[in-house]
Design a protein around this ligand. Sequence first.
Ligand code: 9MR
Length: 397
Amino acid sequence: MKLRQWSTVGLVAVATVATLNTVPATASRPYDPTTQSLATLGLRHGLHVGTAVNMDALNDASDPQYRRLASSEFASVTAENVMKWESLEPTRGTYNWAPADQFVEFAKRNRQSVRGHVLVWHNQLPAWLTSGVADGSISKQELRELLRKHITTVVNRYKGKIWQWDVVNEAVSDPWDTPSTLHYKGFWAQNLGPGYIADAFRWARAADPKALLFYNDYNIEAFGSGNPADDKTQFVYDMTKSLRAQGVPIDGVGSQGHLGTQYGNFDTLQVTAALKKFAGLGVATAFTEVDVRSQLTEGVQAGNAEEINPRLQASAANFSVLMKACLAVRSCLSYTVWGFSDNHSWVPGWFDDPPEGLATIYDENYQPKRAYQELKSDLIFAGPPYVLPRIAPRPRR
Ligand code: 9MR
């Protein structure tokens, strides 16, 4: 009797193990999620974990690890620079498509989705355009037409190959700007007025009926005071709501996710609440440029572990907050890091007083950091009932 009971339990146990092991493991190799890429683990939830790609690094034959990780670890890619206007049309009327074409080809070869970045931004514009406007040789009317032509030409060229386009980037000021009341800032708002935003989405839609069209900005991870005069998230929320109400074809809002461990930042529930509120407008969301930098104190630079450890741990925690929030909201479609290794990160070149760095998920020698492992475990330990497959909106007409 006793023996039979045990053998039944034993049989059930064997059967259970066998079932658990059937998919996707083989008999000789049980399934071990920790050996899977971020891409594979994310796609279990329909979530695309992506990276920005630096084409110089990708083409550097002496740096094969970069290409290996860029192609194997991520399900989606964003061009860090080569799809920006100054790169595409350095001389008026003469397009330099080769690097962007090469980037799109790379993604195709690796079966990666592409986030197109970026159609309209006030930075990295060609000098002929900004100086032409400054000296009056390009009129406001001509500028609007140039923008229409730029969007139409670029979207057309990559039609059918782009999953999400960052149509308009960083259109809103920050509280530290003058005036401090949040407003539409930069070259395009100054020259064309804020109406360029709706125009840009309509022009992009006319050129590609299927791409998801995003507004993209930083410091919109969570709501603040709720007053659009000083709460950038609220400002962008109100803007999105109003664009939707006017029938402008905006499908998503991208939250860049450039964080620093020296700041207060957010907890998972605050970020989840913000994503849910945007979802309430019927738009998709995405984290589009995540990195979490730290100040490189003298101690950090000297290799002092007591100073380095808390930074690496805080960085990992912040990467994880954004990932968990994204997983929790079904309309959060992708989570893109802005470069994956510290040797190819924009941070050290940008923040030098005080110097900052340690912002990515791999160190300078391509060793995964705690941040990488935390992202991985967030993806492994997520599932029903709180984490469900993604739901993408239909591109709006
Ligand atoms: O990472 C990009 C860096 O190589 C460029 O020099 C810089 C120029 O402004 O742009 C960086 O990417 C930015 C992105 O296009 C938009 N959001 C902020 C990113 C970091 O500055």
